[in-house]
Ligand binder design. Structure first.
Ligand code: HEC
Length: 144
């Protein structure tokens, strides 16, 4: 009986360590996304005054500028809130090597070379975004 309660305590202690590691990782990811990578500059939609639309962080947006010379170019940045349709490993590889499934993204998407732990933190943060609300808004937008 005593051994069982010790084991339970150990288990609970480990759970809370895992949880606090996880929240530190999410906080690191938020910092990298919002303050370093500036992902929202391209991936967050804006109103006509250029202000980010509330509740639509990283929901995907048109790119508001064009290159002066002809070059490969992506006119929209996809939704990355919640990373819909991608596996964690794909995005970690993308953010550490600059390639997704062996392909470099079109400009203006930067080819990041993050460390593996920073890339995992970015993924952990992006997975916390984009709830059911974001998804239903997205399907309305696609229907247009
Ligand atoms: C300067 C604009 C810009 C910034 C900053 C930016 N992106 Fe992008 N991103 C794009 C565009 C444009 C695409 C679409 C590229 C394409 O279609 O090839 C894209 C595509 C992506 C994709 C999908 C890649 C694919 O090949 O399907 C992911 C994931 C992504 N971005 C994540 C991020 C993250 C995470 C950050 C911040 C760390 C970020 N992006 C910052 C413009 C940007």
């Amino acid at each position: 009986m005593k051994l069982v309660s010790v084991l339970v305590l150990l288990f609970v202690a480990q759970l809370s360590i895992a949880q606090s590691n996880n929240s530190a990782q999410v906080a690191r990811g938020k910092y990298l996304v919002q303050r370093v990578g500036m992902c929202g500059d391209c991936h967050t939609p804006r109103d006509d005054k250029g202000m980010p639309l509330p509740g639509k962080e990283l929901a995907g947006a048109p790119i508001g500028f064009k290159p002066l010379a002809p070059m490969p170019w992506a006119a929209t940045a996809p939704e990355i809130a919640g990373l819909p349709g991608w596996k964690d490993a794909q995005i970690v590889t993308f953010l550490t090597t600059g390639k997704l499934d062996g392909r470099a993204p079109n400009p203006p998407m930067p080819e990041y070379r993050l460390s593996a732990s920073d890339a995992r933190a970015v993924v952990a943060y992006l997975r916390t975004l984009g709830g059911a609300g974001a998804k239903s808004q997205k399907s309305t937008a696609t229907a247009k």
